[in-house]
Write a protein that binds this ligand. Structure first.
Ligand SMILES: Cc1ncc(COP(=O)(O)O)c(C=O)c1O
Length: 388
């Protein structure tokens, strides 16, 4: 069967990368290998661990199929598959941080990443400092002799500031720090972090790769320099994912390109329309020309996904809750990247550097695969309730 020779388009790669059907009697999908024990043919092979698979925690044909497909998308030397997006954040941080290190994390980071840094990392003797998402090359002023990691996430969780990743990566590299990026929003279809100087690219595969709100998974992909240490940390922690979940994400990946294109178009149409609606002070979506970081987004990203926020024109928490309670199609639920639309109230009280919008309360929207006209009608119900 034809294999990717480097010329394939993105949807061809999503459809075929990973496993080779000829390895499994022609079945197009790989088997779901449930495994702890792997048998060895003799003592010498066992002593030398000289066979491809050695133990369930260290990889199976199922995890290899997904990791290979992700490597192809990310351009990485290797990918680990872990049980959640949050584990995809914590495992590399644990693999690379040591007591006495200084770690720089963007202030607009996904809240559980901050919680992990403020609790476990600090307890392990790591100094944690948050930086402004607009710091750019100015990050060099924050880098110390013991800075070992710069952790980025762009666009920002909930407020969607875009970071100058190449400038940050250049300054971090010059100081010998490892650059990690949570790239969940863009997926490797709209940004390939390793092409911009990032060393370790992180995904909550729970979102667009899974795509159906029924599975939790994370992937972490590293360049040649960082792969060995990342893999060593992964094996040491024993943080492997269950085979059914891995299979579900590989299955989701096959259709991710067409789903994402639909999310992209619908979200952009709705975001543009929301800008003109009474009761909306601002729409925080980096693909809108009105977004302060739009030029940076255009320079580095090749598309936008389906998650963005709106800032209501006043109304406080009462207006925010009225908006949310009036919605009938949008569900009130965390996570995103699934087929269904969701809305959440945004809390920004944890930030220490990045400023929260001041015009009114913030609501994050995940635009699903429903018809845009129905979603607009639902949002009008929310806006009417908020202003009532
Ligand atoms: C940017 C980002 N990273 C990581 C995660 C964690 O993913 P999971 O829910 O699979 O733990 C999330 C979840 O919302 C997220 O939004």
């Amino acid at each position: 069967m034809a294999r990717n020779d480097g010329t394939w388009g993105i949807n061809t790669r999503l459809a075929h990368d990973g496993n080779d059907p000829s390895d499994y009697f022609g079945f197009v999908n790989p088997p779901v290998v449930h495994a702890s024990t792997v048998l060895y043919p003799n003592a010498a092979t066992m002593a030398g661990r000289s066979q491809k698979y050695t133990y369930g925690t260290r990889g199976t044909p199922t995890t290899d199929a997904l990791a290979t497909a992700i490597d192809s998308l990310e351009g990485s030397a290797g990918t680990i598959v872990v049980p959640s997006g949050l584990a995809a954040v914590t495992v590399p941080l644990l693999a690379f941080a040591a007591a006495g290190d200084h770690v720089l994390i963007v202030d607009s980071v996904y809240h559980p990443t901050r919680h992990f840094a403020d609790t476990m990392l600090k307890r392990l003797g790591v100094e944690v400092e948050y930086y402004d998402p607009h710091v750019g090359a100015g990050i060099s002023k924050l880098i110390k002799a013991n800075t070992s990691i710069v952790f980025t996430e762009s666009p920002a969780s909930n407020t969607f500031e875009v970071q100058d990743i190449p400038a940050i990566a250049k300054a971090a590299k010059a100081a010998g720090a490892v650059v990690m990026m949570d790239n969940t929003w863009a997926t490797p279809l709209y940004l390939k972090p390793l092409d911009y100087g990032v060393d370790v690219s992180i995904h909550a595969a729970t979102k667009y790769p899974g795509g159906h709100s029924d599975v939790l998974l994370g992937t972490v992909s590293a360049n040649e320099t960082c792969w060995e240490r990342l893999h060593e940390g992964f094996v040491t922690l024993g943080c492997c994912a269950g085979p059914d979940d891995v299979y579900q994400v590989l299955r989701g990946l096959r259709t991710m390109g067409v789903r994402l294109e639909h999310h992209r178009k619908s979200a952009l149409e709705i975001a543009t329309w929301l800008e003109a609606q009474p009761g909306v002070a601002r729409v925080l979506h980096p693909a809108l020309p009105s977004h302060p970081d739009h030029a940076l987004w255009r320079r580095d990203f090749s598309g936008s996904s389906g998650v963005f926020s709106i800032v209501l024109a006043g109304g406080g928490q009462k207006g925010q809750h009225a908006f949310l309670d009036a919605l009938t199609i949008f569900g009130l639920g965390y996570s995103w990247g699934g087929y269904e639309s969701l809305a959440v109230p945004v809390f920004l009280g944890d930030r220490v550097v990045a400023k929260a919008p001041e015009e009114g309360p913030v609501i994050r929207l995940q635009i699903g695969l429903e018809d845009v006209a129905d979603l607009k009608a639902d949002l009008l119900r929310g806006l009417a309730a908020a202003s009532a």
